[in-house]
Design a protein around this ligand. Structure first.
Ligand SMILES: Cc1cc2nc3c(=O)[nH]c(=O)nc-3n(C[C@H](O)[C@H](O)[C@H](O)COP(=O)(O)OP(=O)(O)OC[C@H]3O[C@@H](n4cnc5c(N)ncnc54)[C@H](O)[C@@H]3O)c2cc1C
Length: 403
């Protein structure tokens, strides 16, 4: 049974961006927190387009000031139909100014984001960071017991599972997932280019999936290229000069001459959604709760809203002297996240499927949808607002309010 202090403490499993954000928010809200995370196996060369609400949350937690100069603003987003099909959509341009924002968000390399989160986490005296693997998790009536590889054991009434797509926390809570693998792989690489990007991200919709260029500071951009797995492997095997030429060709030279930087990532496309987001004193955040294809920059933005929501619920319970991992708190968290996660998983899945299909009516419907967005200003603006700040779920941190 936990002692009185343990009653108001929490453990976060996983030191990726979602777990670090949750740990910082809990500690900043006055809850003694331990974060146990093992180092990821490979270097992450991805970037994240953080939408405006996520940037506000990171600023509220004192993280953004540590990495803002490594991020590039996203002021314009273009969607270009590059399918070459009969029913082709018009090019659609979304301007942040149209909805009164300077930028939809900012794009940052994951390594810089994680570095800033780790720096902030180390500065909080009531947050203990343990670099170790959690081997066993046993939920109990009053607390969850964790065994680390080092031999140490930990217990707390609330565990936040931020341990990624193969989550041990999810298994320990007895939560199952609905999952689907797509016949696609995302190739990721960063580039230098001879022409400026003008703070514009461009998403070419191709028959194998989107080819998306997202600005980085200076004359640099990140590329997420979704393709058939065998084509991805052929590209990954090319030397830098040949890969640069292929990228320049696929991007129709909109950024001029392109030179790839070291490091290439290969991510099989998957969709997965936990059937519940919390159970048995364990709340799931980030990819432990949902995995979606990298289309429309939604994955980690959803993960940060998960982190903000569970911390808001836990800190409120803590301030009222209630059980921070009890049934009421977990049910509230599950309720808060259901619509946001469900609607975005569905939208990204549908968009990806309309690109892959050979079925003409579906291609036509997609083209017509984009045509309507191009022509009808209020519809376009409503979609932009919903993309940046979902009405269904905007936790306090995303509104700039400390917990
Ligand atoms: C190509 C690509 C591009 C993307 N671009 C964007 C984008 O522009 N915008 C966006 O919002 N999202 C984007 N995403 C999604 C985003 O990258 C993910 O949502 C995010 O990285 C997930 O973070 P996480 O903290 O949930 O999980 P992870 O980063 O996977 O972290 C999980 C951590 O838990 C640790 N761990 C696992 N098991 C244990 C254990 N037993 N004990 C201790 N530690 C453990 C792991 O080592 C790891 O460090 C993209 C994804 C892909 C594939």
């Amino acid at each position: 049974m936990p002692d009185k202090d343990a009653k108001q403490s929490a453990i976060v499993v996983g030191g990726g961006p979602a777990g670090l954000t949750a740990a910082i928010a809990l500690a900043a809200g006055g809850i003694d927190t331990v974060l146990a995370g093992r180092r990821p196996a490979a270097n992450d060369n991805r970037t994240t387009a953080l939408l405006a609400g996520s940037v506000t949350a990171l600023a509220t937690l004192g993280v953004w000031e540590l990495c803002a100069d490594q991020a590039a603003p996203l002021k314009t987003m273009r969607i270009v139909d590059d399918t070459g099909r009969l029913w082709r959509a018009p090019e659609v341009k979304f301007e942040a100014q149209e909805i009164g924002l300077d930028a939809f968000g900012h794009n940052i390399e994951n390594r810089h984001l994680v570095e800033a989160l780790e720096r902030r986490a180390r500065a909080l005296s009531n947050l203990r960071l343990i670099e170790n693997e959690v081997l066993d998790i046993e939920p109990g009536e009053r607390a969850v017991l964790l065994a680390l590889k080092s031999g140490e054991t930990l217990q707390a009434p609330l565990v936040i599972g931020a341990d990624g797509r193969r989550s041990l926390c999810r298994d320990a809570a007895g939560i199952t997932v609905e999952a689907h693998d797509y016949p696609q792989v995302a190739l990721t690489v960063s580039l230098r280019h001879s022409r400026p990007h003008h703070d514009t991200s461009t998403e070419f919709h191709t028959p194998s999936g989107p080819f998306t260029l997202v600005p980085l500071p200076g004359q640099r951009s990140s590329l997420v290229w979704v393709l058939d797995p065998l084509d991805a492997d052929d590209l990954i095997a090319l030397d830098d000069a040949d890969l640069s030429d292929e990228i320049e060709r696929a991007s129709h030279s909109i950024l001029g001459k392109v030179a790839v930087e070291p490091g290439r990532g290969r991510f099989p496309l998957t969709r997965a959604k936990a059937r519940r987001f919390a159970r048995s004193r364990i709340a799931l955040v980030g990819e432990a709760a949902h995995v979606i294809p990298p289309i429309g920059a939604q994955g980690l933005n959803l993960g940060l809203r998960d982190a903000a929501a569970i911390c808001e619920v836990a800190v409120a319970a803590h301030k009222r002297g209630r059980d921070i991992g009890g049934i009421n708190a977990l049910a509230e968290y599950d309720r808060l996240r259901r619509t946001d996660i469900g609607s975005r998983t569905l939208a990204v899945d549908l968009l990806n499927r309309t690109l892959l299909t050979d079925f003409l009516p579906v291609q036509g419907a997609r083209g017509f949808g984009l045509y309507m967005l191009d022509r009808i200003g209020p519809l376009r603006r409503a979609l932009m607002r919903e993309g940046v700040e979902p009405r269904a779920s905007q936790p306090r941190l995303m509104r700039g309010e400390a917990l």
